[in-house]
Design a protein around this ligand. Structure first.
Ligand code: FE2
Ligand code: FE2
Length: 203
């Protein structure tokens, strides 16, 4: 599990490249548990908060993978055995499609909750729609993360020169620490200025 610096950011200089992203998968799983807890309690502001931080943290994770990991693998494809090169490239293409699905479905789920709160819609009608979307994300995330942890992260680690690992770690860590300002530095998402403004506007 990744360590935390004083601001709650990831600060794990000794971890390997794949360990940083795997630890982030585990943290994201923890945030998903909070989403399900909030859904179980029918607590609308809490559902909004937990979904919003999960969405933001997953987007940061995805950005780190696109900008640094996938890019590094594709730039060094000549070093991959010809027999497996196409399969690695198609695996990365599939992971990108999964990322688009996660971002799109989370945006849609958050919009449903925002409209539910703001327009006083019927929770009995709307919350099941949110549940369906979150369950579909969880389902796909399971195989997605397995593929990354067992195939793609080790592949990147093997391809990138050991002398460049620490620089790659810094780049990944820096993406994972770019929390949007509305969370005010709180990686748990409990401080969420967007929901506070939304609720103030309602009263
Ligand atoms: Fe991913
Ligand atoms: Fe990942």
């Amino acid at each position: 599990m990744a360590g935390k610096d004083r601001s709650g950011g990831i600060d794990t200089p000794s971890l390997k490249m794949n360990s940083i992203l795997t630890a982030d998968h585990n943290e994201l799983d923890g945030l998903l548990e909070e989403v399900f807890k909030a859904l179980g309690n029918h607590d609308q502001p809490e559902i909004y908060k937990t979904l919003d931080i999960f969405w933001a943290r997953l987007a940061m994770h995805i950005r780190a993978e696109h900008l640094h990991l996938f890019k590094a693998i594709l730039q060094m494809e000549d070093k991959i055995e010809p027999g497996v090169r196409d399969s690695v490239k198609s695996t990365i293409a599939k992971l990108r499609v999964d990322h688009d699905f996660f971002v799109r479905e989370l945006a849609a789920a958050i919009k449903i909750v925002r409209d539910l709160i703001f327009f006083n819609q019927d929770p009995e009608e709307k919350l099941p729609l949110v549940r369906i979307k979150v369950r579909a994300i969880v389902e796909l995330l399971r195989t997605h993360n397995d593929t990354e942890e067992n195939e793609i992260y080790p592949m990147a680690e093997a391809l990138v020169d050991e002398s460049d690992h620490s620089e790659m770690n810094d780049l990944i860590r820096s993406e994972l620490n770019k929390l949007p300002p509305r969370f005010d530095g709180d990686r748990s998402g409990r401080t969420n200025l967007a929901i506070s403004i939304l609720l103030e506007g309602r009263s």
